[in-house]
Design a protein around this ligand. Structure first.
Ligand code: SF4
Ligand code: ZN
Length: 732
């Protein structure tokens, strides 16, 4: 589809004149009337019971009733506000059985369903929730946002809405396994949910497979997609054409409509077509009951997904991986508890390490070798040593990419259902579940997964790849020494030499603009992106891999203020890329023009005026802080892409950087941090403190929640310890 088409043109000519699927349209028409009447009855009842001023809405959203908010712009706050919406929907109903009218009916059905479901939420209380796990009901904004970047950059290649009932539960599982393996996000409604539960398919937010509920609850898929358009596409509420256009272009969704048809569901399906989502049904339909490209019959379960992907234009780049478990980002959040574990490796209990190293062109592409025993016949709960060595040859490969690729071992392994991976290097810890073992998963398969994922996701820099899995203890110990001496140590040394002064280019990251449109991260060698996940090397590698992506090089050029760390080029770049709202950025202070904050900062730092210093609080810390706010209140105040002097989101490792707010006095200004964070970062902080001439024991001069949670409470402690911040120049 080319640019700037009138959206409705994509439907033009879909149906040859005289070949309208009259029966299908009749069904949709009747469904629409039924849905509207049902909504009207429920609304009248609710108004009689609660009064027309009674509030109505969903939990955890800033978008009111999202379907209505997005498509018509109205902010529905009370039961009374719903009345004109339903009246208008009713008036728009034209009886003529045309495709255009059918799409309009679909939209009216969405409005009706949004109102029906919101009315049901009046009865929702924490003690008496409307939906119990795994059923999600309405999905709140935080979840929509959580998967935002993955939807925008198409790491999640598409969304499937599955409605109805598959021919049997085995077939349901097969469909869903295949969709999950392709990494799609799933919205499930009706009996398919019970069918999947019968087959023990894992469902829920962690698996990006949402069991919404029954019947009109399918509208929660619609209001998810529409909110995505507002959050990530910056579409204004009520900008109907822009919203539809965005849905069609960017939200690659389709509907699988399974089992016997029902007129209301058919009407809701027309609503999906209205925003550009095709519908594929497993029911055998005569041609005169289908709409080419839009409402299609494919009774063959072996073909239905392929058909759906093709009509929606979804390209799955992942190659099929021949292992006995399902692989996909859906399993990234899965954890394997001790009781579900078959075998584990590393985790400080057995020697283990992982290593990606650059190799010559003499390696054999696709070779996966196991050195040592496999896991066959082990006792449940066993432990083995493990080494994973990935040799990479590529004409564009560089030594600097080794750690970037090595970090991916963590993600790729976690993509396996029944595999669990934490930490990195010689601290890594891997578990394989009993289920995975029972399905036939063996050590070599780890290599198969890594091979396939590296080849598909890093095709620009990886030409050949060879994986060696080692379980032989002596060999693991031998290779671990090599990894430590020849790789980890050298990398760390090199990283330490990598300074802001030592390079002439910093990198931008605009990934988070999807939900914070004025937010610009500029990533420097000594300052990781505030999410903690994008270092200067990561950004550099990402740029090499995809020169048109979210990470762009920005040459440093002319300096404006070397102390505060202000450069002309970064100012210009930030201004151009922040919708012309942020005019200047200082790298080395938070007191003036600090970097903006989106929402994914690992930690927040801000002033504690009573102590003439800064505090920092990490996301995991739930308690009160000396700022008078908890992490989540602070996050709500500073996020969204604004610049707030005295407050800033940061990556945790930035605390130990030599460029930690040097213009404000650096680490010596740190007066409070949660105890857990202190322990977690202790080795790095001690090193940084020594470097700054503060002495190792400086770390113990920093107050934490056991000392107090307000400036006044911690001040005596700081005085007693002789904390340097108290003697420094005033922050103001
Ligand atoms: Fe990129 Fe910054 Fe978002 Fe991290 S927080 S993904 S560095 S824009
Ligand atoms: Zn972010």
């Amino acid at each position: 589809m080319s640019e700037a088409l009138n959206f409705d043109q994509i439907f033009e000519g879909a149906i040859e004149p005289g070949k309208e699927p009259k029966k299908l349209f009749k069904e949709a028409y009747e469904g629409t009337i039924t849905a509207l009447s049902y909504a009207e009855i429920l609304l009248n009842q609710a108004i009689r019971t609660y009064g027309k001023d009674h509030p109505i809405g969903y939990p955890d959203t800033a978008y009111f009733l999202p379907v209505i908010r997005c498509l018509s712009g109205e902010e529905i706050r009370t039961l009374g506000d719903c009345v004109p919406v339903l009246n208008r929907a009713r008036m728009k109903i034209k009886e003529a059985k045309t495709f255009e009218n059918a799409r309009q009916w679909g939209e009216s059905t969405w409005y009706a369903a949004d109102i029906i479901e919101a009315i049901r939420y009046i009865q929702n209380t924490p003690e008496n929730p409307l939906h119990v796990k795994p059923w999600t009901g309405f999905i709140g904004d935080p979840v929509v946002r959580q998967y935002g970047t993955k939807m925008v950059d198409w790491t999640i290649p598409g969304e499937a809405v599955i409605l109805g009932r598959a021919k049997d539960s085995k077939a349901a599982k097969k469909l869903v396994d295949s969709l999950m393996a392709k990494g799609l996000m799933l919205f499930l409604c009706d009996e398919i949910i019970e069918q999947l539960m019968e087959e023990n398919v894992k469902l829920g937010v962690d698996y990006i497979a949402y069991p919404l509920g029954n019947f009109t609850q399918v509208v929660h898929a619609a209001n998810y997609a529409l909110r995505a358009g507002m959050m990530f596409g910056g579409i204004k509420p009520g900008d109907y054409e822009a919203q539809k256009d965005y849905q069609r272009r960017r939200v690659l969704a389709f509907v699988l409509y399974l089992g016997e048809h029902d007129m209301v569901k058919t009407a809701a399906a027309m609503g999906a077509i209205n925003v550009g989502f095709p519908v594929i049904t497993d029911q055998e339909l005569p041609e005169d009951k289908q709409i080419p490209d839009w409402f299609i019959s494919e009774p063959d379960y072996d073909k239905i997904i392929q058909t759906a992907l093709e009509v929606r234009g979804i390209k799955i780049t992942a190659i099929d991986i021949d292992v006995p478990i399902t692989i996909g980002p859906a399993f990234e959040g899965e954890s394997i508890r001790k009781k579900d574990m078959f075998v584990e490796f590393g985790g400080q209990k057995t020697p283990a390490f992982e290593l990606v190293r650059m190799a010559g062109d003499d390696i054999e592409d696709g070779k996966v070798e196991l050195i040592g025993p496999d896991i066959d016949g082990l006792e449940v709960g066993s432990r083995l040593p493990l080494g994973i060595v990935v040799d990479v040859y590529g004409r564009k490969m560089q030594e600097d990419f080794e750690p970037v690729l090595e970090r991916r071992i963590h993600y790729f392994t976690n993509y396996g259902e029944g595999l669990w991976h934490v930490a990195q290097r010689d601290l890594m810890w891997v578990r394989i579940s009993k289920d995975a073992y029972a399905k036939g998963f063996r050590m070599k398969h780890i290599g198969d997964i890594l091979y396939a994922k590296f080849k598909s996701e890093f095709s620009a820099i990886v030409d050949r790849i060879q994986v060696t899995i080692i379980t032989d203890e002596a060999k693991v110990l031998e290779m671990r020494e090599i990894a430590r001496k020849d790789y980890y140590q050298k990398r760390d040394d090199r990283l330490k030499l990598l300074t802001d002064e030592g390079v002439d280019t910093f990198y931008s990251c605009l990934l988070c603009q999807s939900f914070a449109p004025t937010h610009v991260c500029v990533v420097a060698p000594e300052r990781v992106g505030l999410c903690g996940a994008v270092s200067w090397l990561d950004a550099k590698a990402a740029y090499e891999i995809n020169p048109h992506g979210a990470n762009q090089p920005i040459p440093k050029g002319e300096v404006i203020d070397p102390v505060k760390g202000q450069w002309k080029s970064f100012n210009e770049y930030t201004y151009q890329n922040s919708q012309r709202t942020i005019e200047a950025v200082n790298f080395y202070t938070i007191m003036e023009y600090p970097m903006t904050s989106c929402g994914c900062f690992e930690a927040i730092m801000c002033m504690v005026p009573e102590c003439n210093g800064f505090m920092v609080v990490n996301r995991e810390h739930g308690g009160m802080t000396p700022s008078g706010m908890t992490f989540s209140t602070l996050a709500g105040t500073i996020g969204g892409g604004a610049q707030m002097p005295g407050f800033m989101g940061i990556g945790k490792s930035y605390l130990a950087s030599k460029k930690f707010v040097p213009a404000d006095g650096g680490l010596a200004r740190l007066v409070w941090m949660p105890k857990d964070l202190k322990e977690q970062l202790r080795p790095q902080l001690e090193e940084a403190a020594e470097y700054a001439g503060l002495g190792k024991d400086f770390i113990d001069k920093i107050a934490d929640e056991t000392v107090g949670t307000s400036g006044d409470e911690i001040l005596p402690f700081l005085e007693e310890k002789g904390h340097p911040a108290l003697k420094m120049e005033s922050l103001f």
